[in-house]
Design a protein around this ligand. Sequence first.
Ligand code: MSP
Length: 521
Amino acid sequence: MSKRFYITTAIDYVNGQPHLGHAYEKILADVIARSRRALGEEVFFLTGLDEHGQKVQQAAQADGKSAQAYCDELAASWSAFVAKLGLTNDDFVRTTSARHKEVVQAILTKLHAEGHFYQASTEGFYSTKEETFVTEKERLPDGTFPASYGEVVKLSETNWYFKLGAHQQWLFDHIEANPSFIQPDYRRNEVLGFLKNNTLEDLCISRPAARLTWGIPIPFDPAYVTYVWFDALVNYISVPAALGDSIVRGATNSQPSTLNSQLSLWPADAHVIGKDIVKFHAVYWPIMLKAMNLPLPKQLLVHGWWQKDGAKMSKSTGNVVDPVAVIDDWGLDAFRFYVVRELDIGPDGNWTDTGFAARYQAELANGLGNLVNRSLSMLKRYRNGIIPPRHDELSADAAKAAADTIAHLRASELQKALHSIWILVTRANQYVDQTAPFKLAKDPAQAARLDEVLYNLVESCRVLAVLLYPFIPGTAAKIYSQLNLPGTPDKLSGAAWGGLPAGYAIGEPAALFPRRDSPKA
Ligand code: MSP
């Protein structure tokens, strides 16, 4: 049994409705998952929900529901969201599921038995919003704490702590020796700087059940539930354990009751996460894994945050992008294309409705859509839809686009891959203008030249469908179906020039991205 390419997203808190940030991260992971499958690899793509903790308990209370009923309701709408985005996830994890809780408890039991935890009492300042103790260092000059912490209260409490200190140097060395572990580089440097300049404080992994009930009970001390982040991070291995991954099962002593398969998943190849949760993934998670004797994930792929119109998205001010509304209005592929094309994985991005409409018009409607539509329509009109003999005038351009796209996809450079693909779109559109097939068609002496031009154009459209499949799978499938080709263009090996055989009859062309005047208000 070979190990699969295992990719995950962060698991979202269920205390609200999905927004652009959640959609973006999931689409990035989906494009990578689809490209790896298209490269011939076996893939496992995991996404899901983080359902425990104070935030969820409070949101449920405010809604007048039991926490479980509240989570069940929202889980249904988040699963529908995942489907709406066209994700090809292989599983959907919920941290309230038995299979997950069993593994969290098995790990806690094992690490406790091996002496990784101790009990201590602390007095400090606690942020309920972030469910964490805040330190004096974080005080602002005016004596208050940053607004992101919400209300900060003084609290004296006995809790369970996880010893981190002994692992600090090892973690630093690992990050330094493995440049691809945290990407992009500036995020890696931030973590290295943090580890160099701070002494790690031990991690509080429990919350007293007297104050928070909505969590996984600590198996060796029923007066406590598990800190939500310790619980949440484990999702990346609880699902592999439940699916029979032997590395995880061996290391965690977990014997989930639901075993019905035998997948080999761990270590993860990529955790796709936002910049705000790097510390949890780059510091706590590796140390948890090290304590369990498990290999570390190969990569943390850290994306930036979206703003709208230059300001933080916020429900209270109404400054939000509703991905479902955009998809209903413009189509799923227009949305998938825009978020990947507009924002490279790393920096922050800014959504504007006019920017979205401009890319739709220029790149999808006038660029790709126009190329496919006029190429297929001319073949229909001038050659009755029958593919002429093979001709290779654009084959080098197509081969370069394919090679560059594949290299970028292997490196998870999604925006660069789209750049490479669009070089071919632009080249083929120029080729129409340069060769002017509508003029050739009027001159019977140019019939052979027209055959050549049409072959190059229609075959370029086919290659584009293959290259675009990971990004805009619905459009890629439409191109294939308009070409009357069977199946979906879901293997990148299909990008090799010359796939369309002479004499083959294509189907009916139809607009891929209808032109629109302006975004609907
Ligand atoms: N539950 C934790 C993650 C646990 S992972 C073991 C969490 N949830 S979250 O719902 O707040 O965020 C989920 C993901 O969405 C994070 O990676 C976060 O960075 C991302 N985003 C949330 N808002 C975002 C934007 N405005 N823009 C881009 N991504 C953002 O954190």
